[in-house]
Design a protein around this ligand. Structure first.
Ligand SMILES: Cc1cc2nc3c(=O)[nH]c(=O)nc-3n(C[C@H](O)[C@H](O)[C@H](O)COP(=O)(O)O)c2cc1C
Length: 179
């Protein structure tokens, strides 16, 4: 099962990327591909620019990556209660190819932050709009206090509740192959 994994963030050492990567390892039999949003460099979306340049190759490449996956794990970083500008921009460009950006792929949404909020605000926002964008949402997990629960040496989440929630989410995603 090909699992596409990325952080909705362009931070080089993104904690959301670490969380998404770890969660992908919990999907039984997963073949993991990790995207970095920095590889999808795009100008700020505007309808005027779109008229000039059409659909940029980076937006098409991102859309096609999702299309080629059996499942998706995305972990949302929270900036001022919402999406990072980098993700929102890429998403806006991709949505002009097809509003169903996630193309019906079974998907797990995650979020984390260093603080106790666990980026729950952006996660709630993403969950609330998932149905408009072709997301077959299987589970959503927010992990608060990332640096307290993540072991940087092993790349694993060790806190029992978070680990249990992430394992359950990963297993739901793996069930897709059987169905
Ligand atoms: C501009 C900005 C706004 C932020 N706003 C929030 C916020 O609203 N809630 C939150 O929990 N963390 C916030 N943070 C802290 C991020 O959670 C933290 O930088 C985290 O590492 C981002 O995830 P990433 O490493 O995956 O990019 C903010 C950080 C920045 C730079």
């Amino acid at each position: 099962m090909k699992i596409l994994t990325f952080a909705a963030s362009n931070t080089k050492n993104s904690i959301n990327k670490a969380l998404a990567r770890f969660t992908a390892t919990l999907v039984p039999g997963a073949e993991i591909e990790i995207l970095d949003l920095n590889d999808y460099d795009l100008p700020i979306f505007s309808q005027d620019l779109e008229k000039e340049i059409g659909q940029p190759p980076a937006a098409k490449a991102f859309f096609e990556k999702i299309g080629s996956a059996d499942g998706v794990i995305v972990s949302f970083a929270e900036h001022n209660g919402s999406y990072t500008a980098a993700y929102k921009n890429l998403f806006d460009w991709a949505s002009r190819i097809d509003q169903k950006v996630f193309q019906g792929k079974p998907t797990v949404y995650l979020s984390t932050s260093p603080g106790p909020g666990g980026a729950a605000s952006v996660l709630a926002s993403a969950k609330g709009s998932a149905r408009f964008f072709g997301v077959e949402l299987k589970a959503a997990v927010s992990v608060p206090n990332f640096h307290d629960v993540f072991d940087a040496a092993t790349g694993r989440i060790n806190e029992p509740k978070a680990l249990a929630d992430l394992t359950a989410a990963a297993e739901v995603l793996a069930l897709q192959e059987v169905a």
